[in-house]
Design a protein around this ligand. Structure first.
Ligand code: CAP
Ligand code: MG
Length: 411
């Protein structure tokens, strides 16, 4: 049975996948058909149970193949997929096919979801606009910090560091990705203490301040933690979406919690980093948006500590903001950021971004509060169109930060 139809033009009802793949022992084009079969209705041999009607209605089509770039595109009829069931969709298009013997490398480069599938998911509840309304921050990037050290502070110390960061000038404070309900820092105590300090910081600064507690855990436990956040007046929850899994993210989004969801992508590189294998970050960004995160880590546009490049990260940002009938997701840049790169970063990202710095704030020579102030000063400088060097002449905290992390910017 053949899945090949190079004359086929996908319809608006098809789900289209683009794959990169390498093969061993069989022709490249034949492997595309095996991928199409295994990800839909087929298996390794002809079946006595297969009916013509099944083939006619459900067989996907390999409609594009290019030996030079080692890519193929496959169009799947939408009926192969259960609406609003991301695990089922991925068990098809990103499932068994990764283990096929003859396919030595396989990468899911892109997926175009048909409107019927897109509409079956909730998408972001708040998105960029909702977050701008909630915070009242309209014309500049958001400034965030991650409490550091990642693990080790107790609940009271955590809340105190958060307070220092808020009054110093950041908008958002978040837990780190591996901070959960720890013996030395229980979740419930941390939430209460930190949200209390948030209220104090709001009162003192007259600004809206955000706390993003990491609720990552087993799904039912996550729901409990999200409810606790809500009861204590927190508007945000943070989830490590890849280690928790897509099904639990759907549960959190569908639970009617009415909280802004911040998505950390810890572990994504196991899937995304190897350019000849895995699943691209572009696909992960699309999935996260469909399910309904409001903010997503997409990398630091090549200026930070994590692997990435301006072009790649802009591609992910475009996916989060393209018109598909769902709210737009706010991009989060994080990893090795500090005041000395804020100008380069905003030049690439524009203002619809959260600039998040852990080390680049708590590593300031004068401590967290001064670090937060330096970051805010750097953002103000860029928004006002003044160079960091010039701004640092009258802004001590920024000057100290630049001397430490970007002395070349003062020359
Ligand atoms: C940043 C961070 C983030 C990573 C994640 C960290 O801290 O908190 O988790 O940036 O990477 O622990 O490394 P620093 P990505 O500011 O101290 O580097 O956003 O690319 O998923
Ligand atoms: Mg982190």
């Amino acid at each position: 049975m053949s899945y090949l139809d190079l004359n086929y033009t996908p319809s608006s009802g098809d789900l289209v996948c683009e794959f990169y793949y390498e093969v061993e022992g069989i022709p490249h084009l034949e492997a595309a058909e095996r991928i199409a079969a295994e990800s839909s209705i087929g298996t390794w041999t002809a079946l006595t149970t297969m009916k013509d009607e099944i083939k006619r209605k459900l067989a996907p089509k390999v409609f594009y193949h290019d030996l030079e770039s080692k890519t193929a595109k496959i169009a799947y009829p939408q009926v192969l997929f259960e609406e609003a069931n991301m695990p089922q969709i991925l068990s098809s298009i990103a499932g068994n096919i990764f283990g096929l013997k003859e396919v030595t490398h396989l990468r899911l480069l892109d997926v175009i979801f048909p409107e019927g599938i897109v509409r079956s998911f909730k998408g972001p509840k708040f998105g960029i606009e909702g977050i701008r309304d909630l915070t009242g921050i309209k014309n500049r990037p958001f400034i965030g910090t991650i409490i550091k050290p990642k693990l080790g502070l107790n609940a009271k110390e955590h809340a105190k560091v958060a307070y220092e960061a808020w009054v110093g000038g950041v908008d958002i404070v978040k837990d780190d990705e591996n901070l959960a309900n720890m013996k030395f820092n229980p979740f419930s105590k941390r939430i209460k203490e930190t949200l209390r300090m948030r209220d104090k910081a709001e009162e003192e600064t007259g600004e809206k301040k955000i706390y993003m507690p990491n609720i990552t855990a087993e799904t039912l436990e996550m729901l409990e933690r999200a409810r606790l956040v809500k009861e204590n007046g927190g508007e945000y929850i943070m989830v490590d979406i890849l280690t928790s899994g897509w099904a639990s993210l759907q549960t959190i989004r569908n639970a009617g919690l009415d909280r802004v969801i911040h998505a950390h992508r810890a572990g994504h590189a196991a899937l995304t980093r190897h350019k000849r294998h895995g699943i691209s970050m572009k696909v992960i960004a699309k999935i996260a948006r469909l399910i309904g995160v409001d903010q997503l880590h997409i990398g630091s546009f090549g200026v930070g500590k994590m692997k990435g490049s301006p072009d790649e990260d802009l591609q992910y940002k475009a996916v989060l903001e393209e018109e598909i009938g769902l709210r737009k997701v706010l991009s989060v840049a994080s990893g090795g950021l500090h005041p000395g790169i804020v100008d380069d970063l905003i030049k690439i990202s524009g203002i619809n971004v959260v600039i998040q710095a852990g080390g680049g704030i708590h590593g300031h020579d004068e401590g967290t509060r001064a670090g937060a102030t330096a970051m805010r000063q750097a953002v103000s400088a860029v928004v006002e169109g003044i160079s960091l060097k010039e701004y640092a002449e009258n802004h001590r905290e920024l000057k100290i930060a630049l001397e430490k992390w970007a002395p070349e910017k003062l020359r």
